[in-house]
Ligand binder design. Sequence first.
Ligand SMILES: NC(=O)c1ccc[n+]([C@@H]2O[C@H](COP(=O)([O-])OP(=O)(O)OC[C@H]3O[C@@H](n4cnc5c(N)ncnc54)[C@H](OP(=O)(O)O)[C@@H]3O)[C@@H](O)[C@H]2O)c1
Length: 297
Amino acid sequence: MTTHQHQAIAHYRHPLFAVLATFVLAGLPGLANAGGHTAAPKAKEPIILDPEARSSITGTVLVSGANRGIGLRLARNYVERGWTVIATVRKPDKADELNALARANSKVSVEQMDLLDHGSIDALAAKYKDVPIDVLLNNAAMLGDPAGQDLGSFDYELMERVIEVNTIGTMKMAEAFLDNVAASEQKKLVAVTSQQASIGSLRDPLIPFYKMSKTALNMGMRSISRRLKRKKVTVVLISPGAVDTDMMNSALDYAGVKGGFLITPEESAEAVINIIDQYTLDMTGAFMSHRGEEIPW
Ligand SMILES: NC(=O)c1ccc[n+]([C@@H]2O[C@H](COP(=O)([O-])OP(=O)(O)OC[C@H]3O[C@@H](n4cnc5c(N)ncnc54)[C@H](OP(=O)(O)O)[C@@H]3O)[C@@H](O)[C@H]2O)c1
């Protein structure tokens, strides 16, 4: 802060004014630099994590949408690492592969949860009350029919549903399980987001509802990270890469693109878990790719 600014603050005797003025001036780079005495703010060091570096950490993880796609492989990978896994699905009686995993491993529990039904989220949170959850891994999401997301034929009910599931449902999960995360050792609240949420690297005009839902989720999570830091809860935003799943294939089919560049759900799950393990409280709210690099907002 410049001498002028200090003098201006000293001019007013009320201590509350001084605190407020210090706060406001410090937050206004234009004003702070007006006298030409203040150095330009330092560029932030980029965060770089290693997607291949496995740790031996274990704990309890809740993975949503664990019956197929990336979620199923996240659940499997965590089990192989020795974690206790609470795997949520919309329809437990149809989750054949996950049920087989749970039968083979007593550390896996399969639970019902639908992001559209907040009652199901509250019921699950009540069932696990007082159980510490080290990593709340919000993986479940929907893409929505890409045809209903084309300008000129917007399906507004679909728009609401995609946001209801991906943004609101995920924020509800964060709120419902916050005490479980805060009571754990690792204290990580994770949202699987998407490169598609990045306004800064937008390329195509397709699936705007899905993109909107994930951009809003990023802001919601980053915003609450500012409050949760005090509780030592780390908020992790991670994009899992372009992965060979039903969701990605439905988007590519609509765009008429062949998916030769996709990674497998197993590769994605391995990288996502390694990055979550390395993600520390001082990074809270950073938007990371499965490659361990920051993604522009
Ligand atoms: N695949 C990619 O390339 C890619 C890229 C960027 C981000 N992502 C993100 O990665 C995550 C996993 O995607 P994925 O590719 O594995 O998708 P997926 O194969 O389509 O699986 C989606 C999962 O979410 C569940 N789900 C959908 N609606 C739900 C609801 N209302 N309540 C609870 N669960 C619900 C599905 O359950 P049902 O089986 O019951 O429908 C399924 O388990 C998502 O957050 C996605 O946005 C994926």
